[in-house]
Design a protein around this ligand. Structure first.
Ligand SMILES: [Zn+2]
Length: 147
């Protein structure tokens, strides 16, 4: 397993802590891990050590399928410089409601589609790119939604 020190080194600029370390370890394996309560089944993101519904502390980082629907969409016209990011286009970032649970949302860039094809309600699937030496979760429009 990657040490805490190496993990922090892989994600400069991210605030890593005890609650989200497993999530970031999962990213290194290109697995999107979201905390799920083992007592009541509730998914919760961002990760917290206690389930907000039943107060159980049996929360376990669990891989999600990565499919979902765009819930919220913004097009960034400016932002911090990042490898592979072209704000002149501008750069689409979506909050995606994951299929595992209503209200369970994860935010990431949408790539591989023209901006005018990206809209709230579109189906997307998780994919991974490398950025700054670490895997980054992004979304692509799902094929079945394009027909
Ligand atoms: Zn619970």
């Amino acid at each position: 397993m990657v040490s805490d020190e190496d993990l922090v080194g892989k994600f400069p600029g991210q605030s890593l802590d005890r609650d989200n370390a497993a999530h970031f370890r999962g990213r290194l394996e290109r697995r999107l891990l979201i905390n799920r309560c083992e007592a009541c089944g509730l998914w919760r993101h961002p990760p917290k050590p206690v389930c907000p519904r039943c107060w159980s502390s049996s929360v376990r980082p669990t891989e999600v399928a990565g499919t979902g629907t765009i819930h919220l969409l913004i097009f960034l016209h400016q932002g911090p410089p990042a490898e592979g990011v072209d704000y002149s286009k501008p750069y689409p970032v979506a909050t995606v409601e994951l299929d595992e649970q209503p209200g369970l949302r994860f935010t990431g860039a949408v790539m591989g589609a023209p901006n005018d094809a990206i809209a709230i309600g579109e189906r997307v699937r998780l994919d991974w790119i490398e950025r700054a030496g670490a895997p980054l979760p992004i979304f692509r429009l799902a094929e079945e939604g394009r027909r």
